[in-house]
Design a protein around this ligand. Structure first.
Ligand code: CAA
Length: 259
């Protein structure tokens, strides 16, 4: 059993694993050790058949205030180059099961980049999103400049990254950064309920749907459509597809097994 200190990993329940960032004294600043624990936990969740979806959250006041500035201050360019962070981000990025970020309070810098690694963000009305790296004389370093443009478009991405100003949850919803806004005290409950709904679907269909949607960032439309077609045809050979159709016709809930 892996011991974690910077994160808390709950036992899966109803197919959902909850991961909490657990450095509340430092506003959940993402030091390298925390990212390493997160990568380890997600790699384990990827292998764990009990886990069909993951919710990642912070505290009630802060999702994460970004990279750990104190740790970063001690690293020069060579130190940053040798650091394990890119490998940890790569593991997080390649997590193949649905990942939901439940965000309350500040979601800044690397914290916002972490939330954007999730497949969807559920935000409390108290959430504040920003890429304030420019205030430190740097720029986002975990995909912020790239994911933000794809998520909210050039104008807002430029505003956030060049000014360091924050946006609130409603603005983030209007811009397409978040999927839903809730009352602050209901955010985790809603994110978990949504994860449970997702966890009840076919794991194979979920995985291929996630892959196909993420591929749209990387491929021209014609290739993306081809990939979708192949995934669709592949699913026709699964027991889960038969079960889904049988259950519909027999007017009962489906039981998907991932076969
Ligand atoms: N790194 C390290 N420590 C941090 C931190 C961070 N990113 N953010 C907050 N903390 C620490 C503070 O130093 C403070 O610790 P002490 O009590 O030991 O002094 C504690 O958390 C509480 O912080 P504040 O007193 O500042 O709390 P506040 O409520 O007044 O302000 C805040 C909250 C607006 C989030 C403010 O803390 C802040 O601006 N934090 C930095 C945000 C930031 O610049 N993030 C980008 C980091 S760089 C990055 O992320 C690069 C990348 O993309 C890879």
């Amino acid at each position: 059993m892996t011991a974690y200190s910077d994160i808390q990993v709950d036992t899966p329940y109803n197919g959902v694993q909850l991961i909490r960032l657990n450095r509340h004294d430092a506003h959940n600043a993402l030091r390298t050790a925390l990212l390493g624990e997160l990568a380890t936990a997600l790699a384990a969740a990827a292998e764990d058949k009990r886990v069909r979806a993951v919710v990642i959250t912070g505290s009630e006041k802060v999702f994460a205030a970004g990279a750990d500035i104190k740790e970063m201050a001690a690293l020069d360019a060579v130190g940053l180059w040798k650091d394990q962070r890119p490998q940890h981000w790569q593991t997080i990025r390649s997590f193949s099961k649905p990942l939901i970020a439940s965000v309350n309070g500040y979601c800044l810098g690397g914290g916002m980049e972490l939330a954007m690694h999730a497949d969807m963000i559920i935000a409390g009305e108290d959430a504040r999103f920003g890429q304030p790296e420019i205030n430190l004389g740097i720029i986002p370093g975990a995909g912020g400049t790239q994911r933000l443009v794809r998520s909210v478009g050039k104008a807002l991405a430029m505003k956030l990254v060049l000014s360091g100003e924050f946006i609130n949850a409603r603005e983030a919803l209007a811009a397409g950064l978040v999927a839903e806004v809730t009352q602050p005290e209901l955010t985790l409950k809603r994110a978990t309920a949504l994860a449970e709904t997702i966890a009840s679907k076919s794991p194979i269909a979920l995985r291929l749907a996630k892959e196909a949607i993420l591929a749209s960032y990387e491929t021209p439309l014609s290739q993306g459509l081809e990939l979708e077609r192949k995934a669709f045809l592949f699913l026709a050979a699964t027991q889960d597809r038969q079960e889904g159709i049988d259950a519909f016709l027999e007017k009962r809930p489906p039981q998907f097994t991932g076969q």
